[in-house]
Design a protein around this ligand. Structure first.
Ligand code: NI
Length: 144
């Protein structure tokens, strides 16, 4: 008896069918290859999507702006280089291979003294500058 693969309705937590859900990619992702596709600082690019979350890559250098995200926890993973994640009461230094999760509502300021490459994992609704809007705000991100 053969195996019959039938479409299975996908139900989100609110109970509605997400009939159109299709995995965005079935290809492996190489971080170095993706990072070679852009050079701008503070400009995250989407490299994966799952469960309403985005996997993003960014190159950072210098100091970003103090901000927070009211409804989203934000994961910073250093792919190469070193970054400081400044919080109001401490500074967390992240080396290559280390990550930190900034809980929603917590003010933070990423700082990189030399260029640093990071991976971000956060809900798709997360805006890079959080509660503030300025020239670095990116409302639309490129998928690469
Ligand atoms: Ni943030």
């Amino acid at each position: 008896m053969g195996i019959h693969l039938k479409p299975v309705p996908i139900i989100d937590t609110a109970g509605s069918a997400l009939a159109s859900h299709v995995p965005t990619t079935m290809n492996k992702v190489n971080l170095s290859e993706k990072l070679a596709l852009f050079s701008e600082h503070w400009h995250p690019h989407i490299v994966g999507e799952l469960n309403g979350q985005h996997v993003k890559l960014a190159k950072i250098k210098g100091a970003f702006d103090w901000h927070h995200h009211a409804a989203e926890d934000e994961l910073f993973l250093v792919v190469s280089g070193t970054m400081d994640l400044e919080l109001r009461d401490q500074t967390v230094t992240l080396e290559e291979g280390e990550f930190f999760i900034v809980p929603r509502g917590v003010e933070h300021r990423p700082v990189a003294h030399e260029e640093c490459h990071i991976l971000l994992f956060e809900p798709a609704s997360t805006r890079n500058t959080g509660n503030i809007t300025n020239e670095r705000t990116r409302n639309q991100l490129d998928r690469i």
